[in-house]
Design a binder for this molecule. Structure first.
Ligand SMILES: CC(C)(COP(=O)(O)OP(=O)(O)OC[C@H]1O[C@@H](n2cnc3c(N)ncnc32)[C@H](O)[C@@H]1OP(=O)(O)O)[C@@H](O)C(=O)NCCC(=O)NCCS
Length: 246
């Protein structure tokens, strides 16, 4: 099985094998549906006039910048290490060999961006702005698609699905937690009411990231006999607590 945020590639539009969708997640989504109608990037006329300086393309954090990967970067990344010099020139900082661990997934995101070139709801590179190795590309974080357009939409019908990866040399410094927290906050600012992530139950580091950001585990599903835990962030429910239904 492929380990990583985007290992599930086949569409799966709902909970399976008895997993139930929390009612409060659906209610929340309905509340935000009208807001999203006017604000989603896909439906928004501004999106077609975006330039690389647009705020939506770069989300800054204390030590990082989360930068939408453009078609050149995704195309080069999907090609592999042979494109490294071009990628470094385009990115403006060092790109280690480890970046090329997941070329198939870069190809998936290249195709999704090619189909919707103005979207900001796809993969972002994580740019290191802290001490040492300035501007290094240290991982990626992002969304599987625009609000409502993802495999786990049953849990958050107009929310988004997220994934994250930090390159091995950069792990254990809080980078994933910082990046995911900032991008969740950004998504909520755009009017999204929920963020969902599917995490392998054996992936303790990723679960810890989700927990620290404030996601809570809402279900376990089987996908082709592989178990995946569904983690949901709504902002309204403290981690670990389940709201009683009225
Ligand atoms: C998961 C991943 C993104 C974490 O990146 P990171 O930048 O090292 O994450 P952070 O430093 O922000 O936080 C990691 C947390 O997990 C904890 N952790 C790390 N390894 C762990 C392990 N084996 N068991 C339990 N906890 C672990 C860390 O102690 C830390 O928690 P803390 O802040 O309470 O100490 C990174 O390991 C990775 O890219 N893994 C491969 C790809 C992947 O699994 N992506 C997610 C798929 S859903």
């Amino acid at each position: 099985m492929q380990q990583g945020p985007f290992r599930r590639q086949l569409p799966r539009n709902g909970p399976t094998r008895g997993a139930s969708v929390p009612q409060e997640a659906c209610d929340d989504d309905l509340k935000y549906r009208s807001r999203l109608g006017s604000r989603s990037v896909a439906a928004d006329g501004h999106a077609h006039h975006m330039t690389p300086t647009d705020a939506a393309l770069v989300v800054p954090t204390a030590r990082l910048a989360l930068v939408c990967l453009d078609l050149d970067l995704l195309t080069g990344s999907a090609r592999g290490p042979g494109a490294r010099a071009a990628i470094e020139a385009r990115w403006g900082g060092p790109v280690g060999d480890a970046w090329f661990h997941d070329m198939d997934h870069f190809a998936i995101f290249r195709d999704r961006l090619a189909a919707d070139p103005s979207t900001t709801w796809l993969m972002r590179g994580i740019r290191w702005r802290g001490a040492g190795d300035p501007e290094a590309l240290v991982g990626h974080v992002g969304f599987h698609g625009a609000p409502g357009d993802h495999d786990l939409s049953a849990w958050t019908p107009v929310g988004v699905e997220m994934g994250w990866t930090v390159l091995p040399a950069w792990r254990g410094r809080g980078i994933a937690t910082e990046a995911v927290a900032a991008l969740v906050a950004w998504a909520l600012e755009q009017g999204v009411s929920g963020v969902v992530a599917g995490i392998d139950p054996a992936n303790l580091a990723s679960q810890r990231v989700a927990e620290r950001v404030g996601f809570h585990r809402v279900a376990a599903v089987d996908d082709d006999d592989e178990r995946e835990d569904i983690w949901l962030y709504t902002g309204g429910v403290p981690a670990g607590e389940v709201l009683p239904h009225e």
